[in-house]
Design a protein around this ligand. Structure first.
Ligand code: COA
Ligand code: AMP
Length: 629
C-alpha cells in the first residue's frame, strides 16, 4: 500500500488501523479497543490492555532466538572504550537491577529519577524501571543541580539512579556533587540513590542513602516483567516551556510501544537485526525513543555513542562509527552535521571509512537548513530526510515514510504528516488556512498513540499549554504552512522556546534566573541566529537605579548565574546592559523585534512601540557584542 492510502486509512478508521499495528507487540492481555475517548479532549490508547515495556524491548527477542545478537553497542571515544551487550546479557543485567530496586521497595507506579551520561547502564536503568512498572524520569547531564531539584520536587522519586560522572571533552563532569546539591535543595527526599561508579571518577557515597550499583545487586532475586495497564505511565520527561518550571511530559506504555515499533520500519527503514544509530543523548526525547526504546522494541542493535561529532578525536568520528558498526540508518541533529561541515568542509575524513552500507541520514530536533542537508547528501552519498517532532509527541509528526515509499524530497520541508496526525494550519481565530499560507500548526484531536496524554500532576497546565487556544486541536507551538502537495514547512516557534544545538531551552527560565541578580531591575533573553547551533541565547539587562559597577562584571555574573542554575547546556554566554527594553504601550517586551535587530534584519518600527528610539539603543548595544549590523 502506498503512503497516501495508509495515511488516509489511519484518519478514516483509526480504530482498525491502530488495532492492526498493535498486533506487532506482545500483550499479556490484548486491549478491547484502541481509542479511549470518554474523557475527551483527553484521549488514551489501549488503556485496558496489559503489557510490559521491558518484555517487548528485551525478553521477547531472547525468547525469539535473538539472545546472541548485540542489543547495545557502546562506543565511547571520550573514554577510549567499546563494548557490546547481547540481548541475553541485557536481560539478565536488567532483571538483576530491577530485582535490586524492588528489594529496596520500588514498586509499580513509583518514580525513579535517572541522571546518567551516555553509558549502556543508562538504558539498563530505564529498562529496569519499566520491568517492574516504575516510572522513570531521565534528566539530561548538562542540567545543573537546581534543575535537577525542580524535577525531583515535581515527580517525587523514590530513588535516584546516577553515574559518578560524565565526560565532556577536556573535563570530567562531577555528577555526585550535583546530585547531593539537588537533594539538599529539593523538598522531597528520595529513599535511596544507586550510584554507578565509573573508572574515570569514583564518587563518595552518602552512608545510609547511597548504594553502589553492583553491591546493591548482590544476592537479590532477578525481577520478572510485571504486566501494566496500557495507560500506565512508562516515563515522565521534562521539557522547556514558556516559564521556568519545566513541563513533565507523560508517556503511556502501550501507545509508546506500538508507535515506536511502527516507526522503525516505516520511517527509518530498518529490519530487525540491523544496526540503528541515533547520535543524541538519553536525556532528550530522541534518546528515549531512538537510542533506547524504538530500536530495542523492534529487535535492532542500538549504538550508545559517548562523544561529540567533532573533537573526539576528529570530524571523522561519525563516519568511523557508521562504518565500524555497520550502521544502516543514522539519526542526528542538524547542528552535529554543521559542526562536522565547519571543521571538515570537504569531508576529507570520510575517505578513511566505508559507509556504503548506510541507507539514509535522518535529521530532527531543530530546523534543518538547506545548506546542511545538501552538504550531507553530497558528501555521504545517501538521501537525507528531515523529520519534525517534539518531546510531546515522542515520534515523528511529519517525515518521509521511506519504509513504505520514499517520497520526493523538498529540501527545507520535513515532508508529510505521519499516520494518525491530522495536521492543520490555523490563523489566530482558529480558521483553517489554505495551502501556502502561514499559520499556527495544530493537530486535530485525538493525537495518535505514543503521544502525550497529559502533563505530570498538571492537567490544568496541559489544557492551557496545548488544548485551550484552538478547541479540538493540539497546539504544537510551531508556526508554518502546508503546500499544495501536503508537504509541511516549519518556520518558527510561536512561544519563548528556543533551540540551541538541538537542545530545547526556555528563554523565560533564563530570564527568571537573571532577574534574581541583585543589580538587575529588568531583563529579556532572546534567541539569535547562530551559524553552528541554530540559535544562541542573548540577554539584555537593565540595571537597578544607582548601580554603577562595571557592566562587564555584571553581565559576567549573569552568565555565571545561568550556568550555575540551569546548567552549561543553556549555552548562555552573551549578555549586554541596556537602559531600557523595547515595549508596547501596554508594557509587553517586544522580543520578536529584538531578534530581528540582532539578526541584522531590516526592522519596521511597530506601531505599538512606546518609544521607537529604543531600537537604535538596542542596535548599538548589540554591536558592542558583535551582533546586529
Ligand atoms: N553533561 C554536561 N555538560 C554538557 C553535556 C552533558 N551531557 N552536554 C553538553 N554539555 C556542556 C558542554 O560541555 C558545553 O559546555 P561549555 O560551555 O563548558 O563548553 C555546554 O554544555 C554547551 O553544550 P553544546 O551547546 O552542546 O555545545 P558544545 O560546544 O559542547 O558542542 C556541538 C557543540 C554542535 C558539537 C554539540 O552541540 C552537538 O553535538 N550537538 C548535537 C545535538 C544533539 O545531539 N541534540 C540532541 C537532540 S536530537
Ligand atoms: P524537542 O521537544 O526538544 O524535540 O523540540 C521540539 C521543537 O524543535 C519543535 O517544536 C520545533 O520547534 C523544533 N524542531 C524539531 N524538529 C524540527 C524540524 N525537523 N524542523 C524544524 N523544527 C524542528
Amino acid at each position: 500500500m502506498a503512503y497516501q492510502d495508509i495515511y488516509a486509512r489511519s484518519l478514516a478508521d483509526p480504530e482498525a488501523f491502530w488495532m492492526e499495528q498493535a498486533e506487532r507487540i506482545d500483550w499479556v492481555r490484548k486491549p478491547s479497543k484502541a481509542l479511549f475517548d470518554d474523557k475527551a479532549p483527553l484521549y488514551e490508547w489501549y488503556s485496558d490492555g496489559l503489557v510490559n515495556t521491558c518484555w517487548n524491548a528485551v525478553d521477547r527477542h531472547v525468547e525469539a532466538g535473538r539472545g546472541a545478537q548485540a542489543a547495545i553497542i557502546h562506543d565511547s571515544p571520550v573514554t577510549g572504550t567499546k563494548h557490546r551487550i547481547s540481548y541475553a546479557q541485557l536481560r539478565s543485567r536488567v532483571a538483576r537491577l530491577a530485582g535490586a530496586l524492588r528489594a529496596r521497595g520500588v514498586e509499580k507506579g513509583d518514580r525513579v529519577v535517572i541522571y546518567m551520561p551516555m553509558v549502556p547502564e543508562a538504558l539498563e536503568a530505564m529498562l529496569a524501571c519499566t520491568r517492574i512498572g516504575a516510572v522513570h524520569s531521565v534528566v539530561f547531564g548538562g542540567f545543573a543541580a537546581h534543575e535537577l531539584a525542580v524535577r525531583i520536587d515535581d515527580c517525587r522519586p523514590k530513588a535516584i539512579i546516577a553515574a559518578s560522572c560524565g565526560i565532556e571533552p577536556g573535563r570530567v563532569v562531577h555528577y555526585k556533587p550535583l546530585i547531593d546539591g539537588a537533594i539538599e535543595q529539593a523538598t522531597h527526599k528520595p529513599d535511596f540513590c544507586v550510584i554507578f561508579q565509573r573508572e574515570e571518577e569514583v564518587a563518595q557515597l552518602v552512608e545510609g542513602r547511597d548504594v553502589d550499583w553492583h553491591a546493591c545487586q548482590y544476592g537479590v532475586e532477578p525481577a520478572n516483567c510485571i504486566p501494566v495497564e496500557g495507560n500506565h505511565p512508562v516515563y515522565i520527561l521534562y521539557t522547556s516551556g514558556t516559564t521556568g518550571s519545566p513541563k513533565g511530559v507523560v508517556r503511556h506504555t502501550a501507545g509508546h510501544l506500538v508507535a515506536l515499533h511502527w516507526s522503525m520500519k516505516n520511517i527509518y527503514n530498518v529490519d530487525p537485526g540491523e544496526v540503528f544509530w541515533a547520535a543524541s543523548d538519553v536525556g532528550w526525547v530522541v534518546g528515549h525513543s531512538y537510542i533506547c526504546y524504538g530500536p530495542l522494541v523492534h529487535g535492532n542493535t542500538t549504538v550508545v555513542f559517548e562523544g561529540k561529532p567533532v573533537g573526539t578525536p576528529d570530524a571523522g568520528t561519525f563516519w568511523r562509527v557508521i562504518s565500524e558498526h555497520d550502521v544502516r540508518s543514522f539519526f542526528t541533529a542538524p547542528t552535529a552535521m554543521r559542526a562536522i561541515k565547519r571543521e571538515d568542509p570537504e569531508a576529507k575524513e570520510l575517505q578513511r571509512y566505508d559507509i556504503s552500507n548506510l541507507r539514509a541520514l535522518y535529521l530532527a530536533g531543530e530546523r534543518a537548513d538547506p545548506d546542511t542537508i545538501n552538504w550531507a547528501a553530497r558528501v555521504m552519498g545517501v538521501p537525507v530526510f528531515d523529520h519534525w517532532w517534539q518531546t510531546e509527541t515522542g515520534w515523528a509528526i511529519a517525515g518521509n515514510p521511506t519504509g513504505i515509499e520514499a517520497l520526493p524530497v523538498k529540501v527545507g520541508s520535513p515532508t508529510v504528516a505521519m499516520p494518525g496526525y491530522d495536521v492543520r494550519i490555523l490563523d489566530e481565530a482558529g480558521q483553517e488556512q489554505p495551502p501556502g499560507t502561514l499559520g499556527a500548526i495544530a493537530i486535530k484531536l485525538p493525537l495518535p498513540p505514543g503521544t502525550l496524554p497529559t502533563l505530570w500532576n498538571a492537567e490544568g497546565r496541559f489544557h492551557k499549554s496545548y488544548l485551550d487556544t484552538f478547541p479540538g486541536y493540539y497546539e504544537t507551538g510551531d508556526a508554518g504552512m502546508q503546500d499544495e502537495d501536503g508537504y509541511l514547512w516549519i518556520m518558527a516557534r510561536t512561544d519563548d522556546v528556543i533551540n540551541v544545538a538541538g537542545h530545547r531551552l526556555s528563554t523565560g527560565a533564563m530570564e527568571e534566573v537573571i532577574a534574581n541578580h541583585p543589580d538587575v531591575a529588568e531583563c529579556a533573553v532572546i534567541g539569535v541566529s547562530d551559524t553552528l547551533k541554530g540559535q544562541a541565547p542573548v540577554g539584555f539587562v537593565c540595571l537597578t537605579k544607582g548601580v554603577d559597577r562595571p557592566h562587564a562584571e555584571i553581565t559576567a555574573e549573569c552568565v555565571r548565574l545561568v550556568r550555575d542554575q540551569i546548567g552549561p547546556v543553556a549555552a548562555f554566554k552573551l549578555a549586554v546592559v541596556v537602559d531600557r527594553l523595547p515595549k508596547t504601550r501596554s508594557g509587553k517586551i517586544l522580543r520578536g523585534i529584538m531578534v530581528k535587530v540582532a539578526d541584522g534584519e531590516d526592522v519596521k518600527t511597530p506601531a505599538t512601540i512606546d518609544d521607537p528610539a529604543i531600537l537604535d539603543e538596542i542596535k548599538s548595544a548589540l554591536q558592542t557584542i558583535g551582533l546586529g549590523k
